[in-house]
Structure formats: C-alpha cells, structure tokens
Design a binder for this molecule. Structure first.
Ligand code: CA2
Length: 152
C-alpha cells in the first residue's frame, strides 16, 4: 500500500488565520498544508490536503481514501459534533484515522464535548493548535511503520 495520507478539513476551516485568531491562531490553512507537506517528506509520506464546507464531499473523499490512502488525518470541524454519516464513512476505512482539533474542544461549550468521529478515531488530538496536524501525521507514520514491521 502507498504511504499516502489524506488530510481532511471540514466547514469554515478555509477561514483559518482570517477570523477568531484568539481561538484558532494566526496560521492559515495554506500554512498548515505547507507545514504538513514538509513533515510528510521527512516521514516518507505523501499527503493529499483537502477542505470542504460540504458534508457529502468529505464522505466522498473518505471513500476515495479507501482505494488510495493508507491513513487519514481529519479535522471534521463542526461535523465532528453532528455527523453520523462521516462516522459511517470512516468506519469503512481500514487504516489509521487520527482526529484533530485545533482548539481544546473540552474547554469550550458543552455541545463541542461530544464527537461522533471519536468512535472510530485511533487517536484524538485537541488543543495543540495547528501543530496537532503534525502530531497526527507523526502518529500515522508510526502506526504504518509498526504495521509493516509486524508483517511476516
Ligand atoms: O478546534 C477545532 O479544530 C474545531 O474542529 C474547529 C471547528 C469547531 O466547530 C469545532 O468544535 C472545533 C470550527 C472551525 C471553524 O474554523 C474557523 C477558523 C477561523 C475562523 C472562523 C472559523
């Protein structure tokens, strides 16, 4: 299998760095993509970095990842707290899934405390800022390496 990792971003994350810097920081999504691409190179991974405001598009990308990718890092944004459909899609994916939140959702409003996606995620990273994406990528690389060395 490839060492391709899909990095999926949910609604409104296209505004990253442009609004609410006190919650989400000053880095834009393009900055996050650039940092992830550099780290991926170091880790021997390649990435496909995507953002959508549409639930169905994220579901379609998870389906595409089933065919093409070895791991998924996902910040489902508000869909985290609402989407059984994204959970169902992720449940069809065989490789590592890491859920990332830029903010610490547990320090915020009650409605952000529940995540449907966490029911599938192998790890959940919240509150590490945009660095969380890099932690997520490192974890995927580690799990892929482990799986490879466990093969007879
Ligand atoms: O902390 C996170 O990464 C979240 O997934 C971000 C979501 C929020 O609904 C989740 O509860 C936690 C919101 C993404 C909105 O992104 C914006 C970025 C900049 C300005 C406005 C929105």
């Amino acid at each position: 299998m490839s060492r391709l990792v899909y990095i999926l971003n949910g609604p409104n994350l296209n505004l990253l760095g442009k609004r609410q810097p006190e919650i989400y920081g000053r880095e834009t999504l393009a900055d996050v993509e650039r940092d992830c691409a550099a780290l991926a190179k170091e880790l021997g991974l390649s990435i496909k970095f995507l953002q959508s405001n549409r639930e169905y598009e994220i579901i379609d990308w998870v389906h595409e990842a089933r065919e093409k990718a070895s791991g998924i890092v996902i910040n489902p944004a508000a869909f985290t707290h609402t989407s059984v459909a994204i959970l169902d899609a992720l449940n069809t994916f065989d490789g590592p899934v890491i859920e990332v939140h830029i903010s610490n959702v547990h320090k915020r409003e009650e409605f952000r405390h529940h995540s449907f996606v966490s029911g599938r995620a192998d790890a959940v990273i919240a509150g590490a800022g945009t660095q969380g994406y890099q932690f997520g990528l490192r974890r995927v690389a580690h799990l892929l390496d482990q799986a490879k060395s466990a093969k007879p």
